[in-house]
Write a protein that binds this ligand. Structure first.
Ligand SMILES: [Zn+2]
Length: 65
């Protein structure tokens, strides 16, 4: 896993390192300063997803600064 992937500050989605906008919410507020990689496969059944207000399956960061 590359460490320089970009995370969206709005929805915590993990995007590719060369992304300019978030693939999930189209925000351009992306940061390399994040921690805690988590893959959410079934948001409706996931407590973490509920806490993070994630509704779409995908890769997310637990902490974004
Ligand atoms: Zn986003």
């Amino acid at each position: 896993m590359a460490s320089n992937r970009l995370v969206c500050r709005e929805c915590h989605r993990v995007n590719d390192a060369d992304a300019e906008t978030c693939e999930s919410c189209a925000s351009s507020s992306l940061t390399e300063d994040w921690a805690g990689y988590v893959v959410i496969a079934h948001p409706q059944e996931s407590q973490i997803a509920t806490e993070m207000q994630v509704t779409e399956p995908g890769a997310y960061a637990l902490k974004v600064r």
